[in-house]
Design a protein. Structure first.
Length: 514
């Protein structure tokens, strides 16, 4: 997207500060990065903030009588109040620099010794925190891919392929900044070496290469053919000669060794693989939609599918779910839940389907919402007919099917019975929609039953009426959360006495066997 990536800055001050920045300037500060993965930089800063807290205040350090709030929550060392000496502060900064540079051995040894000391003193909570800190350091070190801030310009080229699909990633470092990333999607040219080499030449036909190009893939011997390069060319040396001829300047093409350049090239490779995985998933989705269109004789690809299911237990809390899938993926912002209102305690799946389909598609018509390409009902002919009856009354001509679990039979809107092969991608997609609708409806029903049970249990406590019960459940969301809180807090939330709050906690623990 053309933006620069963030880095970590440690300021050049008597008591340095540390923060994230995109502005790399020669001001004597120490910079670490850049970080293409913004989440990684946030995890680094969170770890540093917990383990080696520095000052938070901006600008020159001002002497204060009392430390700020950050000191009291262990997020500041408070040099402004003399809570830490300059030497101790400087040592802390050096440990942070070691962490950001990947030099973690000494740091881990130091923290491990402190962990064992804490455990020996029976300070198990402190020992556990130190253990977690050590693990976090290892985790971050494993994914670290920061580069040094030389002023050189360089490209890192990576490649990944699967069958005919091929993705290239180019990291562009300019003036010490990871300034941009190019993702180029293409098809393979046959042999892997030829694909890489042809991309290499075509990419730099359109743009001038930097002084140095890092390429993990070794080029084949028959890949490059140009007047400036012999027919058996393809080595990095010959490409260097080619660039010198074309651009009249020395351009190095380098296979990185196990250093930071290698780590950065591997990150580019990871990006290639992730992009390739997305392309493979998309290709599989398109295939399943095409297969579904062919089997069901649909007029077009069923890009938007909506699925319905009913859930109730003995006529209590009848609910329905409507899930939405777009291009084979759950479209959760368009999921809906329904309280079934017309049954009056009766058990009638067909009437439930009629009510829910009517409510859903009346709203679609009134609000001019997108109309699905296919509707799936969890059930057989009866449920399908109920849905079709409502759609017809609304004047909607939407293909609708019922998927019966027993034999995975599909009943279609035009009276056919279709059984797809077990290995069919189309069947797997329909099962995914059906199972997601079932999960969504069942979860909703369970939640209502749990709430019903909670209300019933709370109302048995003397002094708790419906209003206070509602307050408690709204605030705590579960009986366990109530039981784990202090009676004083419960009393403040609900407006009851401490005695009633104590009785409430005892009642919950007794009934839940906590």
């Amino acid at each position: 997207d053309g933006k620069t990536y963030p880095a970590v800055k440690i300021t050049k001050e008597a008591y340095p500060r540390i923060y994230r920045t995109r502005n790399i300037i020669e001001d004597g500060s120490s910079y670490f990065g850049p970080f293409p993965n913004v989440n990684a930089i946030d995890r680094y800063l969170e770890l540093i903030d917990k383990t080696f807290p520095l000052r938070k205040c901006k600008g020159p350090l001002k002497k204060r009588d009392n430390p700020c709030l950050y000191y009291h929550i262990n997020r500041c060392s408070a040099p402004c109040c003399g809570k830490i000496s300059r030497e101790e502060y400087a040592a802390r900064v050096e440990k942070i620099k070691d962490l950001l540079s990947g030099n973690i051995d000494g740091l881990v040894i130091d923290l491990t010794e402190k962990m064992h000391t804490a455990a020996g003193s029976l300070e198990f909570e402190k020992a556990s925190e130190l253990r977690d800190t050590i693990q976090s350091i290892y985790n971050l070190s494993d994914e670290q891919s920061v580069m040094d801030f030389s002023r050189d310009s360089m490209d890192y080229i990576a490649y990944a392929a699967h069958d005919e699909l091929c993705t290239f990633c180019v990291f562009k470092v300019r003036g010490g900044k990871l300034a941009d990333q190019d993702i180029i999607r293409t098809e393979t040219y046959g042999h892997e070496d030829e694909s890489v080499s042809q991309f290499f030449l075509r990419y730099y036909e359109e743009r001038k290469p930097p002084e140095t190009i890092y390429l993990l893939h070794s080029l084949g011997t028959d890949a490059v053919s140009n007047d400036a390069v012999s027919n058996d060319a393809g080595s990095l040396d010959e490409l260097t000669a080619y660039f010198r001829t074309v651009y009249q300047s020395a351009i190095r093409t380098v296979t990185p060794s196990l250093d930071k350049h290698y780590t950065t090239a591997m990150l580019a490779t990871k990006n290639c693989i992730q992009d390739l995985d997305r392309r493979k998933a998309l290709a599989a989705t398109v295939y399943s939609l095409r297969e579904l269109k062919a089997y069901l004789l649909l007029p077009g690809l069923p890009e938007r599918i909506e699925g319905f299911d009913i859930s109730q237990l003995g006529g209590k809390h009848p609910v329905a779910s409507q899930v939405s899938f777009y291009k084979g993926k759950p479209d959760k912002k368009n999921y809906r839940r329904f309280h079934v209102k017309t049954l009056g305690g009766a058990i009638d799946d067909y009437e439930s389907i009629r009510e829910v389909v009517s409510r859903r598609y009346t709203r679609v018509i009134n609000e001019k919402l997108p109309v699905p390409d296919l509707i799936l009902i969890d059930g057989g002919k009866g449920q399908l007919n109920a849905a079709e009856e409502i759609l017809s009354a609304l004047g909607l001509k939407i293909p609708v099917i019922g998927l019966a679990k027993r034999l995975e039979e599909i009943f279609t809107w035009d009276g056919r019975r279709v059984v797809l092969p077990e290995t069919s991608a189309a069947l797997r997609l329909l099962q995914l929609v059906r199972d997601e609708a079932h999960r969504f409806a069942t979860d909703f029903n369970k939640r209502l039953r749990k709430k019903d049970l909670s209300v019933s249990l709370l109302e048995k406590v003397k002094g708790l009426g419906p209003v206070r019960v509602r307050k408690l459940l709204t605030h705590y969301s579960s009986l366990q959360n109530i039981a784990e809180d202090a009676p004083e807090s419960i009393a403040a939330v609900s407006g009851v006495s401490i005695e009633i709050a104590n009785n409430l906690v005892h009642h919950i623990k007794q009934n839940m066997k906590m």
